[in-house]
Design a protein around this ligand. Structure first.
Ligand code: PAF
Length: 282
């Protein structure tokens, strides 16, 4: 595995491999790697000659200084995992100046309103930060395909829109959520949960399963009320939002059309950690 610690090292690696006609699959990360990331690499391995990842905790996408400070940083363990799993051919570990030569500021984007709902509403500036770093990484790595987890479904939609708007010749490939045994969606943030909270967190997935059962049986208004009640009865949680939304537009809906597909989205706080999850509704 090649460890590329600068933009120039990355450029040389990419140029060399592009000249040889290699197809590159890319999965950007913020480190604290877990099986969910390995699933991205596995998907990339199946469809490309080379798999490249990046590790960079991107300050501009954190709207909360506490969250940025406590975001897990486990570079040595990440590199050991990548070496041992042989999951990637190269990992790019840029410095801030490689991605932000003019300082740590986000560009400003519009994604037809996708950026203002849910995560956008509760984490102002978050998607400008994500889009800024992802556009830069995609431009530097120049992959044929890039892989993003469906747990961050709104992020995935925004990146698809970004690539279309900028006409980048890159296929964005969604990768299904990987879950812990309890059903909790895998996330680097899970590391910050106490073992008690990590057990309790299964309530999030259990609730989404119920929502899927209730969907098209009772009204969406009633589903919203029931979800609110579930979390009122579990005071260790603070429900930030729950929304059933159109899968294309992410527009919250009060009723459904037969020819549209829908998805439930949830964000909660538990033991000082913010967790999100989502589920396609049948
Ligand atoms: O999903 C993530 O880990 C991050 O938002 C990403 C895409 C690596 C950008 O920093």
């Amino acid at each position: 595995m090649e460890i590329l610690r600068s933009k120039s090292a990355l450029r040389a690696y990419i140029e060399r491999n592009k000249e040889m006609g290699k197809h590159i699959g890319f999965a950007p990360t913020m480190g604290a790697l877990h099986e969910g990331h390995l699933a991205l690499y596995k998907a990339a391995r199946q469809e490309n000659d080379l798999v490249v990842s990046s590790i960079f905790v991107n300050p501009t996408q954190f709207n909360n200084a506490h969250d940025l400070e406590f975001y897990p940083r486990t570079l040595e363990a990440d590199l050991a995992l990548l070496e041992q799993s042989k999951a990637v051919d190269a990992v790019y570990i840029p410095k801030v100046s490689d991605l932000y030569p003019e300082g740590l500021v986000s560009k400003s984007y519009e994604f037809d309103g996708l950026e203002n709902k849910m995560e956008g509403e509760f984490r102002p500036g978050h998607f400008n930060g994500v889009a800024t770093v992802v556009e830069t990484l995609l431009t530097q790595v120049r992959p044929n395909r890039a892989y993003f987890g469906e747990k961050d479904f709104q992020q995935l939609r925004i990146i698809q829109k970004l690539v279309a708007q900028k006409q980048l010749p890159i296929q964005i490939v969604p990768v299904p959520i990987l879950r812990e045994k309890s059903g909790l969606a895998m996330s680097s943030r899970n590391e910050r949960l106490s073992s008690k909270d990590r057990k309790a967190a299964k309530l999030i997935h259990e609730t989404l399963i119920k929502v899927d059962q209730w969907f098209r049986v009772i009204s969406i208004k009633e589903i919203n009320e029931r979800v609110t009640q579930v979390f009122e009865k579990a005071p260790e949680f603070k429900l930030e939002y729950f929304s059933i939304a159109d899968e294309e537009t992410l527009e919250p809906t009060d009723f459904f059309y037969m020819d549209h597909t829908y998805r439930a989205f949830i964000a909660v706080h538990l033991g000082g950690v913010r967790l999100i999850d989502t589920m396609h509704l049948e």
